[in-house]
Ligand binder design. Sequence first.
Ligand code: SAH
Ligand code: SF4
Ligand code: F3S
Length: 437
Amino acid sequence: MKKYLIITYGCQMNENDSEKMSGMLDNLGYIQTDKEEDANLIIMNTCSVRENANNRFFGNLGNFKKLKKRKKDLIIGVCGCMMQEEHIVKKIKEKYSFVDIVFGTHNIASLPSLLEECEAKRKLVVEVLSDSDSLPEGLPVHRQFKHKAFVSIMKGCNNFCTYCIVPYTRGRERSREYKNILSEVTNLAKDGVKEVTLLGQNVNSYGKNLEDRISFAELLKRVSEVEGIERVRFMTSHPKDLSDELIEVIKNNDKICNHIHLPMQSGSSRILKLMNRHYDKETYINLVKKIRSEIPDIAITTDIIVGFPTETEEDFNDTLDVYKECEFDTAFTFIYSKREGTKAAVMEGQVDEDVVKVRFDKLVKLHDEILFKQNQKYLNKTVDVLIDGVSRTNDKVLTGRTDTFKLVNFTGNGKAGDIVKVKITDVKTFHLSGEQL
Ligand code: SAH
Ligand code: SF4
Ligand code: F3S
């Protein structure tokens, strides 16, 4: 029996692609393993979004050189966003010649044929399309969880935020036919899935390239109507495209979770312009206010980049101000990372690392304070929790999420996939604790 290991870096798009590769390999008779030494095939699904993801990949890949020397028949495949960058593929060919297969984000469905070719020829096989119109449908999926699943509703991105590599690695934006999405969700529900997360780089522009077209808000509604589906999540929403119709649909539909991930990136209108985000500080704040006034118990989370080229202390203070004003439920905070090929990489005024670090620490401190404050609202309340399983650190404790995506650790007798009522008895910065009722 041949065994495979897939190592995934990056976002849910990559997680989702890895689940599809896993499904294809299961169909070929491979068995999944989590031990490198046992694997006959190791695939690394890479992310280019920041430099540290690149470094981690090259570090780990370098470690496989020895393993490959010991196990001559081991096949090493590398795929994902980094393979869409020519200079990376060149580096792999030159310095990591033990790699057997290189394929890109548009070539996931070719994995079986690439493997066959590699086994037959025993030499490097490369397949990287720069973009593709086709969205492969019906690939088998080996899901990580039984009760929840990611569903890609579109691929690519047309926004070209000036710091971001994604439009180059994932190509132009293309939406899947809603009928295909609904039939995937129907099958998932039949299979016991209770929660689906609809994925796209900018879900609010869903459907633009389709002839038979419905809005994203309408899609959410239809997904929530699928029998057996209890919760619907989605990400990511670009603030420039978030519609009133979407706010309405979330407000009036109990199955659509009260959580919007709304990346702000910066609180400074000047920086937002340089980032090509198409909104300014005031528009962003007003949007958050509007959402909170329509849906008072909604959680709003965000992404922030610190140290974009030319960012001054004043710009950074704008970010802190907006953060305080919006009182985000949580945020992913990033230090700006220069990506080759993007517009920002050649901008003048790259900010000194030490200055950025001080700003970053300030932002993280504010983030923790506000998160703690936001979590206080849950004390003594009863919330619905979808159980993910037992806690990793204590098997007497169950763990799951509220519909606002808060992590809850609690005692009780439910099992993974159940939605149960939990009374919150204690509140920490990074989780809530409670007892099942
Ligand atoms: N499509 C999503 C985000 C995809 S990338 C959106 O637009 O919201 C996820 C996050 O990574 C981004 O929101 C951004 O905050 C961060 N990011 C992207 N490129 C980056 C870079 N060059 N340096 C630092 N952070 C970056
Ligand atoms: Fe990147 Fe901007 Fe597209 Fe998000 S919307 S993937 S940040 S270019
Ligand atoms: Fe995702 Fe990283 Fe690619 S964030 S889209 S895996 S560059």
